[in-house]
Design a protein around this ligand. Structure first.
Ligand SMILES: Cc1cc2nc3c(=O)[nH]c(=O)nc-3n(C[C@H](O)[C@H](O)[C@H](O)COP(=O)(O)OP(=O)(O)OC[C@H]3O[C@@H](n4cnc5c(N)ncnc54)[C@H](O)[C@@H]3O)c2cc1C
Length: 385
């Protein structure tokens, strides 16, 4: 049972941690920290999984990328996520083989490289699956993993938040006094910002994030889909028997904050057109639309770490503006604030990996890998100012 709490009028005891944002990052962090024994409060303006997370297809799929730091992180996160969801939330996790088909010559090149390097088990597709594909899809390069997974995004977020104090509250202002953060009437030493692609709450313009709008649909179809398919869009059975998910679009131009109305019909058409390039879906009945913003970082790496107080740091080291190199440990940070964000289209894959590192940082003081730090964007931003 979720513990919905009305804001108390009188003073309440402080929490060990307050998390703002109840998407997959906020919920998974809350779950992990509460499991470790911390007293956690979770806040969201619109409820659990109401942002990008509620819209997600929530595939736990490997990222097809070439060698490098991103590949290392995504590989580790993917293994961690498969283990995490199947162990702790099996009722919200469907495992199926996963067929990833390249959708462009560039992807085909990446995929061939990935296939040569990966230690994940994969094989050739059988005749039944082959005959299901369109001629275009059956000619493209592919990798067929024996293990893929898809989670019920809203179900798993709600299950993670169970037993945690939840406050339905839009946070407008953060106040820091005597080493304590005040959020509405709540108090804590340690604040976690897991607010996705929403306005940032602190003056941290250097944090390189952009919102990428996505639309996916749940459908009924008489076509049997035997596995998870990723091609121009994903087509997959989900945890609910008889329902197939199709998604999602990637629209970098539309923003729900612009006031413009999103064209749902057009989004559906795009999805069905893309799906038809992979296979023929018969007797389609659209059941539900899901839309939301992914929050992607400018360098595609996720973000986990402390936030630089830009104004104070530039006051102390004004020559950063002219390119002076200062060790990030010398920057001035907002005390005890950690941001978790920038997961792009892989929030469900990355969340258990990021929450584990957050837990070790808060409980054991283990430093977070600098490559994940949101402060990595600060020097370049300061120079441009
Ligand atoms: C259509 C679509 C399909 C996707 N498919 C996949 C997929 O297959 N696999 C995968 O791994 N990932 C997928 N993703 C990406 C994944 O959903 C995101 O990476 C993930 O949702 C990011 O989670 P988050 O918790 O950081 O942000 P969000 O889920 O956006 O959560 C942020 C929350 O913060 C709250 N908030 C913000 N500001 C305030 C405030 N001031 N006060 C109170 N509350 C506030 C918001 O209400 C929101 O609920 C998909 C995303 C979309 C949109």
């Amino acid at each position: 049972m979720l513990r919905f709490i009305r804001l108390p009028i009188s003073k309440i005891s402080p929490y060990d941690v307050i998390i703002i944002g109840a998407g997959i990052n906020g919920c998974c962090s809350a779950y992990t920290l509460a499991q470790a024994g911390l007293n956690v409060a979770l806040i969201d303006q619109d409820g659990i999984a109401s942002g990008g997370s509620g819209a997600a297809g929530a595939f736990i799929s490997p990222k097809i990328s070439k060698a490098g730091e991103l590949k290392e992180i995504m590989g580790e996160a993917h293994a961690e996520a498969l283990e995490f969801y199947t162990t702790h939330f099996p009722q919200f996790t469907l495992t199926k083989p996963l067929l990833h088909i390249a959708n462009s010559p560039q992807e085909s090149e990446k995929l061939d490289h990935f296939k040569r390097e990966t230690s994940l088990h994969h094989s050739v597709i059988d005749d039944e699956l082959y005959t299901l594909l369109t001629p275009e899809a059956s000619e493209d390069s592919y990798i067929y993993f024996s293990e893929g997974a898809v989670v019920d995004a809203q179900g798993v977020c709600n299950a993670m938040a169970e037993g945690i104090d939840f406050y339905p509250l839009k946070v407008e202002k953060l106040i820091h006094n005597d080493d304590i953060w005040q959020v509405g009437d709540l108090h804590t030493r340690h604040l976690i910002l897991a607010i996705g692609a929403y306005p940032k709450l602190l003056p941290i313009d250097y944090v390189g994030l952009r919102g990428i709008w996505g639309h996916r649909i749940d459908i009924e179809t008489s076509t049997h889909i035997p596995c998870i398919l990723h091609h121009h869009v994903s087509i997959s059975p989900i945890t609910q028997e008889g329902i197939v998910a199709i998604g999602a679009t990637h629209d970098v131009h539309y923003s729900p904050f612009s006031g413009e109305v999103y064209d749902v019909e057009q989004g559906r058409e795009i999805l069905l057109d893309k799906a038809s390039k992979t296979l023929k879906l018969n007797n389609i009945n659209i059941l539900k639309d899901y839309t939301g913003l992914r929050s992607g970082s400018n360098d595609y790496l996720p973000m986990l770490g402390s936030l630089v107080n830009a104004e104070e740091t530039l006051k102390k080291y004004p020559h950063i503006r002219h390119g002076e190199k200062i060790d990030p440990s010398e920057y001035i940070y907002y005390p005890n604030v950690t941001m978790i964000n920038g997961s792009g289209g892989y929030g469900f894959v990355l969340a258990p990996y990021l929450a584990k590192q957050l837990n070790e940082f808060i409980i054991k003081g283990k430093p977070i890998a600098p490559i994940l730090s949101p402060s990595r964007f600060f020097p370049r931003w300061a120079k441009r100012k």
